[in-house]
Unconditional design. Structure first.
Length: 233
């Protein structure tokens, strides 16, 4: 059985006593019913990982003795996805969860010309990222950027390569043929796809057009397909 894994943003870098957050304390003592002497693993979401031995179990202030610190290497290259909001919020949340488990490093909620819904629940989405990070035993929490307009995003300086997936006719490359050694940002459009003018604008900004197969995918399905292909090129 694997050691329970917890997220603590303010995790100190050195051994010593540490009081878990109320949320982690409750999960330890009430949900998992862990007692004094039980071992847990912790991460700060920035690559730092350590072990903690419970010395005082309490539903609000569980205290652990930290040890065995390790700074895990970050993913290289880092793959990010900018994806348009969709009308069904649950589908966006599903995408964030699964793409985090797959290993995507950052998300940009995208506002394109045909985006119909822009309801942004940052706190809830952050919780989804944390839960998915712990579920998949990762030590880096993806960066969740604030919503951004399509034009603004493609005009930002980019440390890496820009890809855009769309359903319009035209020459497209397969993700598998794209350079694997550099950071990549891939754009996924709304339920009505990117407009021709947006595609042209992205091409002028240096974006490479890519295809995700021969079938028309929902936005969140395209995001998952892209995540898998990016991480396993």
């Amino acid at each position: 059985m694997s050691i329970p894994f917890f997220y603590e943003a303010l995790l100190p870098p050195n051994p010593g006593l540490f009081t878990l957050s109320e949320e982690s304390s409750k999960h330890c003592s009430i949900v998992l019913r862990m007692k004094t002497g039980s071992i847990i693993a912790l991460t700060n979401g920035l690559g730092l990982k350590c072990l903690g031995e419970i010395v005082a179990a309490d539903k609000k202030k569980t205290v652990v003795q930290l040890s065995a610190f390790e700074q895990m290497p970050s993913l290289n290259p880092q793959n990010s996805i900018a994806i348009s909001f969709v009308k069904n919020a649950a589908r966006m949340e599903w995408f964030l969860e699964k793409a985090t488990e797959i290993g995507i490093s950052a998300f940009y909620p995208l506002i394109a010309d045909r985006t119909e819904r822009t309801h942004f629940k940052k706190e809830r989405w952050e919780q989804i990222l944390v839960s998915a990070m712990l579920q998949s035993q990762q030590t880096y929490k993806p960066v969740l950027h604030d919503p951004i307009q399509f034009k603004q995003l493609i005009q930002q300086p980019l440390n890496g390569q820009l890809l855009l997936a769309h359903c319009e006719p035209g020459e497209k490359k397969a993700i598998q043929s794209i350079d694997q050694s550099v950071n990549t940002l891939l754009l996924i459009g709304p339920e009505g796809d990117f407009t021709p003018s947006e595609i042209e604008m992205a091409a002028k900004a240096g974006a490479t057009m890519i295809g995700l197969g021969n079938t028309r995918l929902r936005t969140e399905t395209a995001g998952i397909a892209a995540a898998v292909l990016l991480q396993h090129r």
